[in-house]
Design a protein around this ligand. Sequence first.
Ligand code: ZN
Length: 173
Amino acid sequence: MPLGYNFMGISFDEAKYFPDVRQKFLEEIDFEKYKPFIKDVIYFEGKVGEKIMETVPDSCVDWLPNTASTIRVSGYAFRTCSLDEFYNILIPHEGFHAWQNYFEYAEPVGKEDFVNFPNGQYVNFHEKEIKQELVAHQNQINHFTFEKCSRSFQKNVYSWLRFYEELFGKFYE
Ligand SMILES: [Zn+2]
């Protein structure tokens, strides 16, 4: 039995300090109303520059809607987030992406352009992805966990929201 494991379930603190229980911790999470749209939640160690969490639709190959997604959660998220911050990204952002993927996912359509991201990435982005990110950030702010997150975390979410709002504006100039 790995350290930090108990039969009453694994706490976030245990998962933070004992990487070998993180997968089990993720499997015990209640994804609220997003549960039907999530197939798996997978832990990965993660490297610098990788996303801290991401949601991948099963239909990546043929771009079909109505398929559940897999959420991937990196070790970086456990190391750097408080409990509320962790849930604020995982449920109303990534869980919401799973919901979006289920109802809206199709081959990215609409205008596309290369975009300079605040974190230094330069990627090809579609109108549809911008809309989805915009709404996911708003949904994060509206979730009850948001007000319990640190000021720096909240500021960061708001700055990403503003970034997507501006980008959305540019696409419609
Ligand atoms: Zn997102």
